[in-house]
Structures are given as structure tokens and as C-alpha cells.
Design a protein around this ligand. Structure first.
Ligand code: SAM
Length: 337
């Protein structure tokens, strides 16, 4: 079959697919969704496991996708996750496979996921303090996240990366402690600037903890510039002198400065929501419906073409700084973070 990549008008090629497997989550991170949760996607609207697998196959075989990251919502609560990973791992050429998770339940599933073909995990952890964890997520699951991290490392789902969002006045004093924790345990920490993607629409640029502030807080570590090219990776990385990661490589810390230092010009992502909509950007206000094509019996070629058209329309940048910026209707949890 013709393998024609996902090109856009600015010459970018999308090879990294983020697949949301559910919009539901077992945490209520205050910067993401309200305490009462959201109006969840009705089951019939959600892609079945077979539909997800078909779209991932089309992405790999027809569109040149080389990396697939499963996310959500919380992907570990999707019952078919292990089977979906196994099917993706059986594709040729085999894509790199990872999961972004809050880590709850990973202690029970890490080995099965590895055996199915998962390469890596990103685990979200915003605090080392169980009481703060409760304040931030409204759930008492801190110990579960820590045991999920340990299980992922033990299963070889490495490098285990930790994603951290700092919130002013809540956990913004924890950057050094979180980095030390990551270094001591062989995890790779990445701080993510808070983005205007919360369901509550309470994001405030002036309240956001910036990359500059994070780097200032990490000054005692004497971070050094990282010579390794960043390529299309969202994180800018720094070397942490005196530390090595689990593989014996120099330890690194990353900052994903999506707001203050956008990297849209290098973006190589394409996104699929749990209900089969392609999004060409996290911040896109439009989507392209692949589920309808699937359920109407369209052949692979037609679905692949619709996906290419969706990506061709990708804008040059997310436009957060544009006075006309409009937050997308779907929150992060429903897009897939
Ligand atoms: N439930 C999984 C998890 O916790 O990793 C996957 C989905 S979650 C939406 C993915 C990542 O997005 C998490 O690291 C979370 O902290 C982050 N996140 C959620 N809302 C965000 C926001 N408004 N700005 C920046 N990051 C956000």
C-alpha cells in the first residue's frame, strides 16, 4: 500500500501518534477536571478495541507513523489496553510504543504491558507529599503511583519518565525535591508548563509557573546544556552533573515550555480522540471524523486520505499568545494529553 506521510502546509511531517483510549480518569487533578468529573463519552461513541487497532494500523502502514503513545483520560482503565498494545507491536514496521499514565494500577499491569510489546511509560507525579497529592488530585492514591513507578522500572519500561505540572502556591516549591527523587531512582523528570486546557477554563497565564522559574529553582543542581539535539521532542533537556540514569547515561531533566517557548515549528504529532476524531494540534478547534468513515465501511485508503487532509490543515502555531486565542471545546482529558 502507498505509504504517503502526514504532511502539512508548513512542511512538517507527523510521525508521532497520540491515541486517547478513554476520556475517563480515576484522579481529579484540579488543573485538569472538576471534582465531580465530566459528562463522560457514551460507550457507543467510543471506538472499540478493533477500531482503535485498525486506525493505528492505517497510521503505521499508510501514513508513516513510527511512534504511538496511548493516553487519555487514564489509559490503564481501558480494559483492552494490553491487547491494543500487542496488536500495535505486531505491526510492520513496528512502531515505538509508550503509555502516559497516572501510574495507578501499573504495579499490576507493567509486566503484561511489557510482554505485549510496550517500550516505555510516562508517569505523572506532581508531588512527593501524600497530603498534597490528595489536595491536587482529590484522591488518596499517592502510594499507588509510587509503586506503579517502581513496577515500571522493574519491568524494564525504561526510561521511565515522570511528568510534573507545578501549580503556584500548591507544589511550586517542590521542583528540587522532585528532581532529587527522580535522580535517586533513575527516573527522567520533565516539568510541563500548565496549558489552557482545563475543563474549568480557569487557566491564567499570570498564575502559570514558567520554564524560567523552574530552571531558576533548579539552579543548585548546576544544570548544563545538553548537546543532544532536541529534534522534534517537546522537552528541552539539561544535563545534571554528577548523576547517571538507570542506563548509565548522564542524567537529564526536561522542561516542556509549551506556553513560554512554543515548539510548534518542530511539532510531529497527530492525535486521535477516544471517539475517533483526528486532531492536528492539542489546541485545534476543529476535528476530522474518522469513526464515521470506519463505521460506514470505508476502505483503508479512504480513511488514510481523510487523515492526510486533516493534517494538511494544521496551523503554524497553537496561538496561545494571540489575543484571538480560543481554548478548544474539549479539555485535555478528552483530547488525550
Ligand atoms: N491520565 C494520564 C496521566 O495522568 O498521565 C494521561 C492523561 S493526562 C491529561 C496527561 C498529562 O497531561 C499529565 O501529565 C497531566 O499532568 C498533564 N496535564 C493535564 N492538564 C494539563 C494542563 N492544563 N496543562 C499541562 N499539562 C496538563
Amino acid at each position: 500500500m502507498p505509504n504517503v506521510p502526514l504532511l502539512d502546509r508548513f512542511g512538517r511531517v507527523a510521525t508521532d501518534l497520540r491515541v486517547s483510549l478513554t476520556d475517563r480518569c480515576n484522579l481529579r487533578c484540579t488543573y485538569c477536571m472538576p471534582a465531580e468529573g465530566l459528562a463522560w463519552m457514551p460507550q457507543p461513541q467510543q471506538l472499540t478495541d478493533d477500531e482503535v487497532i485498525r486506525l493505528v494500523r492505517i497510521a503505521v502502514e499508510w501514513l508513516g507513523v513510527t511512534e504511538v503513545r496511548f493516553t487519555g483520560g487514564e489509559p490503564l482503565i481501558r480494559r483492552g489496553l494490553v491487547g491494543i498494545v500487542a496488536a500495535a507491536a505486531a505491526l510492520a514496521p513496528r512502531p515505538k510504543l509508550s503509555v502516559t499514565t497516572n501510574g495507578i494500577g501499573l504495579d499490576r499491569t507493567a509486566v503484561a504491558l511489557r510482554d505485549a510489546g510496550l517500550d516505555r511509560v510516562n508517569v505523572s507525579l506532581d508531588t512527593l507529599d501524600p497530603a498534597r497529592f490528595h489536595q491536587l488530585t482529590l484522591r488518596d492514591r499517592h502510594a499507588d503511583v509510587l509503586s506503579g513507578l517502581r513496577a515500571a522500572a522493574a519491568a524494564g519500561l525504561t526510561p521511565v519518565k515522570i511528568n510534573t505540572v507545578l501549580m503556584r502556591g500548591v507544589n511550586d516549591d517542590e521542583a528540587p525535591a522532585l528532581l532529587r527523587f527522580a535522580l535517586d531512582n533513575g527516573y527522567q523528570l520533565r516539568f510541563i508548563e500548565q496549558m489552557p486546557l482545563d475543563a474549568q477554563h480557569q487557566w491564567d497565564r499570570h498564575e502559570m509557573v514558567t520554564a524560567e522559574e523552574i530552571l531558576a529553582a533548579l539552579e543548585p543542581f548546576g544544570l548544563q546544556p545538553d548537546d543532544v539535539s532536541r529534534g522534534t521532542a517537546p522537552a528541552e533537556t539539561w544535563l545534571v552533573p554528577g548523576y547517571q540514569d538507570a542506563a548509565g547515561e548522564p542524567a537529564r531533566v526536561g522542561v516542556i515550555a509549551s506556553v513560554t517557548r512554543p515548539f510548534c515549528g518542530d511539532c510531529d504529532r497527530t492525535r486521535l480522540t477516544a471517539d475517533g476524531q483526528v486532531r492536528n494540534c492539542l489546541f485545534s478547534t476543529t476535528e476530522s471524523d474518522l469513526r464515521k468513515l470506519l463505521r460506514d465501511g470505508a476502505p483503508d485508503s479512504k480513511i488514510a486520505e481523510a487523515w492526510r487532509v486533516a493534517m494538511w490543515g494544521k496551523l503554524a502555531g497553537h496561538g496561545i499568545d494571540d489575543p484571538k486565542f480560543l481554548q478548544p471545546a474539549r479539555p485535555m482529558s478528552a483530547i488525550g494529553g
